[in-house]
Structures are given as C-alpha cells and as structure tokens.
Design a protein around this ligand. Structure first.
Ligand code: ZN
Ligand code: FE
Length: 259
C-alpha cells in the first residue's frame, strides 16, 4: 500500500514522498541532499519527480537528484523546470512508472503563471499536491497572477472531495491561523484548530496533511465570499466590498502586511 512521507527542507518546506514497495515519487524537491539521504536509508528507487511550479525552493534539487537517480521529471508545461521530460497541462492524467499511482493535473495559476496541482488516490484516500497555492489555513502569495485567477484556482481546489488530503509545500499553519483568527475571531472551530496545531508543532510534527473539508470550514481565503469574512474585509479596507474576488484580494493584501 502506498504511503506519503514528508521530508523537511530549508526552514519550512516539505518535500513529499509517495512510496510503494521499493519505489518512490518525489514532489517538489527543492533540495537534493535530504532526498538522496532518505532514498539511500530506505533503499528506494526513484520512480518520478513531480514539480508544481518553478520556484527554486521546489525545483532546486531536481538536477542533482536525477543525476544520481535517473527518473522522469513531470512539471508544468508553461514554466521552466530543470530536466522536464513530461510537460503537463490541466486535464492531463499520468501514471507513475512502476507504481500504483495515477494522478490528474489541475491548472491553478496565481502564485506563479503556470502552477499545477496533482490529484489522485494514494492508499485509501484522495491526495492533493498543491505546492504554494493552497496552504493549511492560508494560500500562497500572488506573484505572477491576478486575485481573480488565484481565487478561481482556490475555488477549483475547494471543489475537490472533502476527504481529499492536502499536501502543500510549506509549514505555515500557525502563522496562517493567527491571521485567520484576526479575520474571524468569533469562530470557535478556528480556535480549536489553532490549539490542535500548536500541540502538533510542540511535538515537532507536521500539521499536514490537512483536508479539503477542514480548509473549506476554516481557511479564510476559501471563505472570502462568506458574509462574516466579507464584513471583516470591508472593515479592513474601509469601504464596501463588491464581490468575493474583491473580498479575497483585500484578504490577500491584508495578510501580506499582517505581523
Ligand atoms: Zn513558490
Ligand atoms: Fe515555496
């Protein structure tokens, strides 16, 4: 049965490994060293590298990794990814060689212009690898897109099955929850989530994966259209909010300067 393991990298990145038997697929290897160590320690053969977007902290380790472990590199067609062998677009479907791993590709532009996500069943549950677009209780910064694009991308992810496990690229959960509580201080489920996440971090464990159901219930960015969140966005902006995209845009700008 396939399992998913995090390899911590840099200050707060996670490199996700899907492993089954002696084979492994690696998502967003920003750094080769910890992946090479993990593969050697566990006696695994690299079956594939999957990239979500072109940022260095997600692709920086690809060259060194495939130099030691030749394996096909999958990634967004619209971005420059080292050693890219399989350029992917939304609607594509792939099977990882030698693994029981079928993945669908979603286009989710906004953080970067060509950002993609991978969705598929791993073990008994659907899994989503979404890079820096949807985070636990947050979302990525909009570097190469518009708020409308990012909102549409997040809406696409929010529409996945509730039990879908969310494997994102960074451990940002506690900082995201502090912001979420500034937006919705009266939401009890947010305080519960914060207490649970603090306990997890005190044990030095990842707060991930999250689930789509939990994100729909507590992620302020997915809740931008909710009246309470809209009211908070309007109060912060100091003017009425016309629609959910504007609400989302105000929240994203607010988070950028939130300390
Ligand atoms: Zn990024
Ligand atoms: Fe990143």
């Amino acid at each position: 049965m396939s399992t998913i393991i995090p390899i911590p990298a840099f200050a707060d990145n996670y490199i996700w490994v899907v492993r089954d038997g002696t084979r492994a697929a690696v998502v967003d290897p920003g750094d080769a060293r910890p992946v090479l160590d993990y593969l050697a320690r566990e006696g695994l053969t690299l079956a594939a590298v999957l990239a979500t977007h072109h940022h260095q902290d997600h692709v920086g380790g690809i060259e060194a990794l495939v130099a030691r472990h030749p394996a096909p590199v999958y990634g967004p067609a619209r971005e420059t990814i080292p050693k890219l062998a399989h350029p992917l677009r939304g609607g594509d479907a792939i099977t990882i060689p030698g693994m029981p791993l079928d993945l669908r590709i979603l286009d989710i532009p906004g953080h970067t212009a060509g950002h993609i996500a991978y969705v598929g069943d791993v073990g008994s549950a659907p899994a989503l690898f979404c890079g820096d677009t949807l985070f636990a209780a947050g979302c990525g910064r909009i570097f190469e897109g518009t708020p409308a694009q990012m909102w549409a991308s997040l809406a696409k992810l929010a529409a996945l099955a509730g039990e879908t496990r969310v494997y994102c690229g960074h451990e940002y959960t506690l900082a995201n929850l502090r912001f979420a509580l500034a937006v919705e201080p009266d939401r009890a489920s947010l305080w519960d989530r914060q207490a649970a996440a603090e306990a997890t971090r005190h044990r030095d464990e990842p707060t991930l994966p999250s689930t789509i159901a939990l994100e729909r219930a507590t992620n302020p960015f997915l809740r931008a259209g909710h009246p309470v969140v809209r009211a908070a966005a309007a109060a912060h902006a100091g003017h009425p909010i016309v629609d959910e995209v504007e609400s989302f845009a105000v929240l994203r700008a607010w988070k950028n300067e939130f300390r």
